[in-house]
Structure formats: C-alpha cells, structure tokens
Design a protein around this ligand. Structure first.
Ligand code: SF4
Ligand code: SF4
Length: 94
C-alpha cells in the first residue's frame, strides 16, 4: 500500500477536506490557532494545502499536529477513494 510519509496528496487536495466535524472545542483548542481557519471551520490552508503539512509533496511529508489532527484526517486511509483522487490529482502513482 502507499506510504503516506512520501505522499501528502490528501492534505493538499482541497481546502474543503480538513474540516472539523464532531471534534469538541477542547480538542480543537489543542491545535495551534495559527493553523485553524479564520472562520473556525477546519484547518487553515494556503491554496488547497493544509498549513499543518510540512515537507515536499510526493517526497517527504509529515503532519505537524499529527497527535491532535481532525477526525477526517484520522478516517482517511491509504488506498481509499479520497486517497486515490488526491494521488491522481498530484500525479502520484495509483
Ligand atoms: S493520499 Fe493516500 S497515501 Fe497519500 S497521504 Fe493521503 S492517505 Fe496517505
Ligand atoms: S491536519 Fe495533518 S493530516 Fe490533516 S490535512 Fe492537515 S497535514 Fe494532513
């Protein structure tokens, strides 16, 4: 299966993806405020890329808030539908 640490495509596909859903306010408060969207709806993105993603897409990446990342990020699994959409979009092999 795919190696997320050499990918990152799903973290840079759409600013609509890393949104908050069932997180509590206490959980969201653990995320650095600078990385939360101004309207509080989810992660702050630059373009379509989540600001918590460090590194170079398709080479070496990491989530800088991995332990406290949103639920949607926990649900995403390598090889699932969203993963394949994102990898294709970024020209990574599927
Ligand atoms: S697109 Fe798939 S392989 Fe890439 S980081 Fe996301 S879940 Fe992992
Ligand atoms: S919070 Fe982390 S796992 Fe979620 S989109 Fe941003 S970089 Fe990816």
């Amino acid at each position: 299966m795919y190696d997320c640490q050499t990918c990152g495509a799903c973290c840079a596909y759409s600013r609509e993806w890393p949104r908050f859903s069932m997180e509590s306010e206490a959980e969201i408060a653990l995320i650095p405020a600078a990385m939360v969207a101004e309207n509080g709806s989810g992660m702050r993105c630059e373009g379509e890329r989540c600001t918590a993603l460090k590194g170079e897409l398709g080479k070496s990446v990491g989530c800088t808030i991995y332990a406290v990342r949103p639920l949607v990020c926990r649900d995403c699994q390598p090889g699932d539908e969203e993963c394949l959409i994102a990898r294709r979009h970024h020209g990574l092999p599927v």
